[in-house]
Design a protein around this ligand. Sequence first.
Ligand code: NOJ
Length: 556
Amino acid sequence: MSEKTNATAWWRDAVIYQIYPRSWADADGDGMGDLPGITARLPHLVDLGVDAVWLSPFYTSPQHDAGYDVADYRDVDPRFGKLADADTMIARAHELGLRVLVDLVPNHSSSEHPWFKEALASAPGSAARARYVFRDGRGEHGEEPPNNWLSVFGGPGWTRVTEADGEPGQWYLHLFDVTQPDFDWSNPEVGDEMESVLRFWLDRGVDGFRIDVAHGLVKADGLPDATHSYADSKRTDDLPMWDQPGVHDIYRRWRKVTDSYAVEGEDADRILCAEAWVLPVESLARYVRGDELHQSFNFGFLMAPWIAKEMRAEITESLAAVAPYAAPQTWVLSNHDVVRHASRLGYAPQPGPLRMPGIGADDPQPDAELGLRRARAATTTMLALPGSAYLYQGEELGLPEATELPDELRQDPTWERSGHTNRGRDGCRVPIPWEGGDPSYGFGPSEKSWLPQPEVFGELAVARQQGVPGSTLELYRTLLGLRREHRLGRGELTWLDLGEDVVAFEVTTETGAPVRLIANVGGPNVPLPADAEVLVCSQDVDLADGLPADCAAWLR
Ligand code: NOJ
């Protein structure tokens, strides 16, 4: 479909809810979520008012990186069910009016993937090895890695294999865990295989894909040493493993595939969304040029500190960056890789982008009450913005990060690979509480939960918040209902100047007068216009003296 014909397509303003299958709902009581559990709980999302779901990987996997290590791209891991359960889940979601996005992991497979096993069993230089990035080592006996690249999870990015003769041999690249070998995308076999995987899931009816590590597939010719670290980079494309120009050819090819599934006269686009941690924002925007991907996560907004000036700048730059491409911007505050925003915002804000490692029991703890208050205001701000928004499971309950998990229960490879310097991402992945009192707070029929749930999850359970005025769940329902009613995601934004500590803008609506968003980002009370109708406020507060600190409201 051309840019013109999809100007009103569903994904331009969709609110997409991320399900982390391990932790959403457990039907069989083994302590790990599964597809039948998801299917049974889908009505919650209709009640909440979202348009689509994105599911993190549920494919066959040894789970060394929670499923982002795929051993079979065309099947479901027995922990999560069977392929037929995926079909049932997709069909049920569609019956309920929800679209379904699945995760595609094209940068690397699991080391248990048949291709990698074949590569290990084959000789250097063989066709089987050429599907991955195998190289001879440096040094007299090849004992040094081929270059200085590091794993994102910590430690070296290369591992040496033992060859058939029992001697140490070549090295293979893994930008993530040692069990996640990188594919070699300069080999056409890899591209053909991934296109076939795309088609496999499109044929089963999925509405799109979230593309894992979308900026990593192509590596610079010759695999030169990196001159600085990822964390210190202001431009991701000056590193030889990220954001190389060749990735865009891959996405042009995929766009043709998804477009070929378009149905004339139906709002049925199948979409592609990049997970690309790319700087600057103009480089990120290149992923959503008209003939490439539909969306790309905008992590700059997620990383903006709770400082009005920085939030305003981030929003302005984000919108300007996609404007030339007629693509919608996306907004996200939490996901399975970052500290939940109800906890992240519970620390004193520091200027500059926020990259926060996992939190342990002996680290300074966030102020839970303040964090939740700011999180509700941040979400109230985000859901007024034009474009598409992503929510992460449990944020609608105001769940905090689990900051006191015992270290011996941590499963994120980051904890080990960083030499116990980064606690990793388990704290945002704890199973969801559905009913307050039941075993595992209703996560499943047994008391089992693959990570222990903090006690506070009991009072934050869905059933405890449903219908309770002022609860975070009811705030989300109200915001999503109003956003849909006024089609705020389709609106145009105009800034309002209400002072240094305020984020304030007006968004045009399809229902008449614009809606005004006013967020008081930690400053003195902000007087509200006397004639304004308050559509929703992030806190149940008396507004007679103005909008208090760390609150946001929609006015008309
Ligand atoms: C990004 C995913 O979101 C993360 O969870 C995963 O560990 C890495 N990619 C590697 O696949």
